[in-house]
Design a protein. Structure first.
Length: 561
């Protein structure tokens, strides 16, 4: 068993990060992203009772996220993305992804963010670190490694040795759940599994395989011979990179050049007579896979909002440092309006994300057949994943616009944030799939009742017109779902998701205000008016610096600590 440390230290003792050229490409580089975040601590405090014990480590990680990790991620993206090494010196296939030394070393250090839930800690701990890190290229490798460890921990404890290697950075994992023929329709998967003695052999191809060439062990879906067609005929398997005799167990056909994050080695994997170990029970494979996907969707939400926050920080520094028409950018009403939108969306998405994390944290130990609490967690995962991806795209685009022409130059850090944010609506199921899965859990799994009870109950405690609007939107949307047929529900599915997610965000921001202060009540009111009522932000926010100006007064480019 792994030792359970009281806190995780992120201090680097070998040498100080010198900064290099990154200091000329980013305003937010070199800042502590934990200290500068106005929302994370109050939102975490609402759900995570052990937060005070870990604040020092979070502070250390905030410096890492805004310093070394920010610099390495940008360097990998621009100068040295992963490449594939197919053969060793003797002509043997090795199919390994070559990373820059800084990239590989940082990933192995960051592996510790996956440890807390398995050592008696909380998923809030893991996802707060993922949010602060935010970079999709770094975090994707860590989360697919975590997903592999999760499957072993919960359903294949006989392979605990692999889990320990994954959690200490000695090995990396991967999740190869779909194929080119399938996409989100897992029932269309063609990879075949056949029994051989006490083990299994897999034959098939995984077309969009994140972690290809990096993974030492992966989890993969396949259909056992004789299993029924459709998703319920799938089983889940653990697939090591090497066979028991040391030979290569699968091959990487190629790595792909992606339009979003470039730091994740992603490619095509051929499974040919590949040795595999069954995870759990054959007939429950699809449930394991979908549960694993829920974990990934929560990570997608945390990462999306982390990107939004980094764009927010870059923009806040920019409008202080830059002037136009005789005034600092931050003094122009149009700029303050955009800063208000950034503040509202980042707070709303973050509140929704950590309510989803809380729901998952309460039920993640429960195996299939899943409980009502698990289906409630699924609902929040769909709401959070779908809406935070949209917030990230809007926030990073606003960041680009506030930089003007500079924002569209690849050499400037904020440009990468927007390009990578556009990945978050696609990974782990696009908006259409989130809407369909949300409708299923609302209707078939009866998650609508506890959702209405919680959100309407919270909103009833707030005597504002905005809280009343949020209540009306929840009641009206759920009422329409009950009275419409399935085609009508699906036709409006994405708008239903947005409405319920935004109304929940309003309720959650009001709850955060109870201990977090009046600023969160203001953010809740602004979210209701703009996201729910689709009205422009009211002009009172123009003069209320508490809403949109969240940086300390001395926090300027060139004076970062």
């Amino acid at each position: 068993m792994l030792a359970a440390p009281a806190v995780y230290s992120w201090k680097r003792t070998t040498h100080r990060d010198a900064g290099g050229i990154m200091q000329f490409q980013s305003y937010a580089y070199g800042t502590n992203h934990w200290r500068l975040d106005p929302d994370l601590k109050p939102i975490l405090a609402r759900w995570w009772r052990d937060l005070p014990r870990h604040e020092a480590a979070l502070d250390e990680f905030g410096a890492l996220a805004g310093g070394e990790a920010y610099r390495v991620a940008d360097h990998v993206d621009h100068e040295c993305p992963p490449t594939l090494v197919m053969h060793d010196l003797d002509g043997n296939r090795v199919d390994r992804a070559r990373l820059s030394p800084a990239h590989e070393a940082l990933l192995r250090r960051l592996a510790a963010i996956n440890r807390p839930p398995y050592e008696g800690g909380s998923w809030h701990h893991h996802f707060s670190l993922g949010y602060l890190l935010a970079d999709p290229g770094l975090y994707c490798v860590l989360i697919i490694t975590n997903q592999t460890a999760y499957a072993i921990h919960k359903y294949a404890p006989e392979h605990a040795a692999w889990k320990e290697r994954l959690l200490t950075g000695d090995a990396f994992g991967a999740t190869w759940l779909t194929e080119i023929h399938a996409g989100s329709d897992l029932g269309a998967i063609r990879t075949v599994a056949r029994r051989e003695g006490t083990g299994w052999r897999l034959d098939g191809e995984k077309y969009f395989a994140s972690g290809a060439g990096l993974a030492d062990v992966a989890i993969a879906t396949a259909r056992p011979e004789g299993a029924p067609d459709g998703a319920k005929g799938l089983a889940l398997f653990l697939v090591p990179r090497l066979r028991h005799d040391g030979a290569l167990n699968f091959t990487v056909r190629r790595l792909k050049w992606k339009g979003g994050t470039r730091a994740v080695p992603t490619g095509e994997v051929d499974l040919v007579d590949s040795e595999a170990h069954l995870i759990g029970r054959v007939e429950l494979g699809i449930y394991y896979a979908l549960e694993n996907l829920t974990l990934a969707r929560l990570a997608n939400s945390a990462g999306a909002m982390g990107l939004a926050r980094k764009a927010h920080l870059e923009a806040l520094h920019r409008v202080r440092a830059r002037g136009a028409f005789g005034h600092a950018l931050e003094d122009h009403p149009l700029v303050r309006r955009d800063l208000t939108d950034l503040a509202v969306r980042t707070a709303a998405g973050l509140a929704l994300t950590f309510r989803a994390v809380e729901a998952f944290d309460r039920c993640w130990h429960v195996p299939p057949p899943f409980s009502a609490d698990y289906h409630y967690a699924r609902l929040f995962a769909h709401l959070a994943k779908g809406r935070t991806a949209e917030h990230a795209a809007v926030c990073t685009q606003l960041g680009l616009e506030l930089f003007g022409g500079l924002g569209f130059l690849e050499e400037v850090a904020v440009a990468r944030l927007h390009r990578e944010a556009l990945v978050t609506p696609i990974w782990e199921g696009a908006a259409n799939i989130q809407a369909l899965d949300m409708l299923e859990v609302l209707a078939k799994k009866r998650a609508a009742e506890p959702f209405a009870a919680e959100m309407l109950g919270d909103l009833a405690q707030v005597r504002t017109s905005e809280a009343r609007l949020a209540r009306e939107r929840i009641e009206g949307t759920l009422g329409e779902l009950r009275s419409t047929d399935i085609e009508g529900a699906q036709w409006h599915g994405k708008e239903t998701l947005r409405t319920l997610a935004d109304a929940a965000s309003v309720a959650l921001l009001y709850r955060t205000a109870e201990a977090g202060g009046e600023r969160f009540a203001k953010l809740a009111a602004l979210a209701a008016q703009h996201l729910l009522a689709r009205a422009e932000y009211p002009q009172w926010a123009l003069r209320d610096r508490e809403v949109w100006d969240v940086l300390p007064a001395g926090e300027r480019f060139g004076t970062r600590s």
